[in-house]
Design a protein around this ligand. Structure first.
Ligand SMILES: Nc1ncnc2c1ncn2[C@@H]1O[C@H](COP(=O)(O)OP(=O)(O)O)[C@@H](O)[C@H]1O
Ligand SMILES: [Mg+2]
Length: 339
């Protein structure tokens, strides 16, 4: 079964995402603090005639990092060059890209925590002094050549800020973390998307989708897309609450906004007496990669109080028993409180 919260886009979804991606701050919903900070930095840089400081955007998948990178570059009137950590396997790959940058251009590196060490270190001097040291030849004949480049802005995006080394992180003058969105913000996202897709979305349907989109615009838009298919086929291109509910039911999303995989995670915890259960065990039981569980499924379960992370592993909460229709065991007394 396809996973409704899969972190990566599914077939045909890339184009859909590009179409719905806001192109300026006015259309970017929520994240007020981040947007204010970025707009201030942009105004100041423009007034000085400088490049924008290097920017690190962190946050869970689908919260708008790539979108913001595009908005910021456009606001500076600059060209954006996109690449990713895994695509820059060798220092030579980076040299190829940065030697093509014009003054004031933006270089966007997605999944920047996955850059190989050698490439990361090469970026240090590029970010600080706009030079890179290229090592030519190997062994005794090796020599190093210093290339200078035009001033540019590096925008890094990461879902795992904690994996960036301290010296690397310190070189980003601007660091912003995107948070999960509230349901009213997500309702606004899907309402705007519905307009762009020329489908009628009633306000109760927008809220229904928003409540179940686990704080993530990409998920909200994905739900809208699926529900739109249903509306187009069977309901005259009109989405009301009932159509939204039917659509999400078909995706296996329950009334708590949980999908089959979430329920499998909770079930595994309950089968182990409520935990603690190690991440690897959970991953095997759920049939999903540990990283995806950690980055995509867990944050929402934690946020809604269904799962706790402890030093020994993952634990269920009384509410997860309730949702799974099981009786919670009586609370255990803390050892220290016995006497
Ligand atoms: N603040 C926002 N307002 C409106 N739509 C958004 C917002 N953030 C994200 N989106 C939508 O969600 C999709 C995923 O965002 P994206 O920037 O690709 O996330 P990330 O790069 O963090 O994984 C975008 O295509 C866009 O349609
Ligand atoms: Mg992205």
């Amino acid at each position: 079964m396809s996973q409704p919260f899969a972190p990566t886009a599914e077939h045909g979804e890339d184009l859909f995402e590009v179409t719905l991606r806001p192109r300026n701050f006015d259309r970017f919903v929520g994240q007020r603090r981040v947007v204010d900070n970025l707009q201030l930095a942009l105004r100041a840089a423009r007034a000085r005639g400088d490049c924008l400081d290097h920017l690190l955007l962190s946050g869970l998948p689908g919260l708008g990092k790539t979108t913001l990178a595009g908005i910021v570059a456009r606001a500076m009137g600059s060209q954006l060059h996109e690449t990713s950590g895994p695509a820059l396997a060798r220092p030579g790959d980076l040299v190829g890209i940065i030697s093509n940058l014009e003054e004031g251009d933006f270089l966007f590196i997605d999944e920047i925590h996955r850059l190989p060490r050698a490439v990361e270190e090469m970026l240090y001097t590029a970010m600080e002094d706009f030079v890179v040291d290229v090592v030519l030849d190997q062994g005794p004949a090796a020599r190093s050549l210093r290339l200078s480049m035009k001033p540019f802005t590096l925008v890094g995006a990461t879902t795992r800020e904690g994996l960036l080394s301290a010296p690397f992180r310190a070189r980003f003058g601007l660091q912003e973390k995107l948070e999960l969105y509230d349901p009213p913000e997500l309702a606004e996202v899907v309402t705007r998307s519905a307009k762009a897709l020329h489908v009628e979305l009633e306000s109760d349907a927008a809220h229904f989708l928003a409540e179940r989109s686990r704080g993530t615009p990409r998920v909200a838009n994905r739900f809208l897309r699926r529900v739109r298919d249903l509306a187009q086929e069977a309901y005259d291109n009109r989405i009301d609450g009932a159509v939204a509910a039917e659509g999400l039911g078909r995706l296996g999303i329950d009334c708590h906004g949980l999908c089959a995989l979430d329920r499998r995670i909770l079930e595994t915890l309950l089968q182990h007496g409520g935990g603690p259960v190690g991440l690897k065990t959970l991953a095997v039981a759920a049939g999903e990669e540990a990283r995806t569980i950690e980055e995509v499924y867990e944050p929402y379960l934690i946020r809604t109080g269904l799962l706790r992370r402890t030093s020994q592993g993952r634990c269920a909460s009384p509410r997860s028993y309730e949702i799974m229709g099981q009786e919670a065991p009586p609370p255990q007394r803390e050892p220290g409180l016995l006497f």
